[in-house]
Design a protein around this ligand. Structure first.
Ligand code: NAP
Length: 263
């Protein structure tokens, strides 16, 4: 299926690896020009090299900017490279796991900054331009924890719920009539560095091996496997496509059936 977005420009955050990279790669393969962002320049360069190779077939352009997207200065540098995006994928590392009794105000502010206020700032910087051009797609990478909270991920449960509530209102505001959609894409368990470090933390807490924690988690997923970043990226690319113009303000789970509810 031709997604109808070749030649569009996308900002993809947290894109040197994991889910963000999966999204960038799926977009580049559709001919979408991308500006990818992550902090570590070495991994970002490696990701850009892979994307440039992918872009040979699709003709997409690949820009990179090694900055912390959760800082105002980092965002300003990214948006100075290019401001008019047709597609924005917001993403950054998730907050640490732990017990809420150990989190002070600063820990909460860091989580809210990274997982709520940063996406909102990026949306603020780009959404009106999208509306004025009559096309826009914003996809926020959040978490299945928004629908089914995970106790040890309280910082994530809280901060991302704030973003979800905000997006629910904005997506249904005036921008919707100007071809802009804003959706959240909720990963369940995907095979990335982030997931491994979460499972490692769980293993360290219980004294289990990483392998047994991983197998136990997989056993609870109806698909009986972890998700792959490429399949997450494919869903993201579809949400960014011309065909998805009537999908707006939704929270879309990609979790191998792990969420136990009917709706
Ligand atoms: P990952 O494999 O650790 O990749 C995170 C990417 O974001 C890296 O490219 C990282 O590069 C970049 N990044 C992190 N902090 C950043 C910052 N402040 N500014 C710019 N770039 C930043 O993580 P992932 O598994 O893809 O997870 C992506 C998001 O989905 C996270 O918020 C995570 O909590 C959430 N999530 C993941 C899963 C899962 O199963 N994987 C499940 C639920 C939710 P640098 O470190 O070099 O900046």
């Amino acid at each position: 299926m031709d997604l109808g977005i070749a030649g569009k420009w996308a900002l993809v955050c947290g894109a040197s690896k994991g889910l963000g990279f999966g999204c960038a790669q799926a977009l580049v393969r559709e001919g979408v020009n991308v500006l990818i962002v992550a902090r570590g320049s070495e991994a970002l360069q490696a990701a850009a090299d892979t994307l440039v190779a992918d872009a040979q077939a699709s003709g997409a352009k690949v820009l990179q900017c090694a900055r912390d997207i959760t800082s105002a200065a980092g965002r300003a540098d990214v948006l100075a490279l290019r401001a008019d995006f047709d597609i924005v994928v917001t993403n950054a590392g998730g907050p640490p796991t732990g017990d809420f009794r150990d989190w002070d105000r600063d820990a909460w502010l860091r989580a809210v900054d990274a997982n709520m206020l940063t996406p909102i700032e990026l949306i603020k910087a780009t959404v009106d331009g999208m509306a004025s051009r009559g096309f826009g797609r914003i996809v926020n990478i959040t978490s299945s924890a928004v629908k089914a909270p995970i106790d040890s991920l309280g910082l994530s449960n809280g901060a991302r719920s704030g973003l979800t509530g905000f997006v629910a209102g904005l997506a249904r505001s005036g921008v919707a009539a100007h071809g802009v959609t804003i959706n959240n894409l909720l990963p369940g368990a995907f095979d990335t560095d982030r997931l491994k470090s979460n499972y490692q933390a769980a293993a360290a807490k219980t004294g289990d091996s990483l392998e047994s924690v991983t197998q136990r988690r997989i056993a609870a997923i109806p698909a009986k496997r972890l998700g792959q970043a490429a399949e997450f990226g494919a869903v993201c690319a579809f949400l960014c496509s011309q065909h998805a113009g009537y999908i707006n303000g939704q929270n879309i789970l990609a979790d191998g059936g792990a969420f136990p509810g009917t709706f």
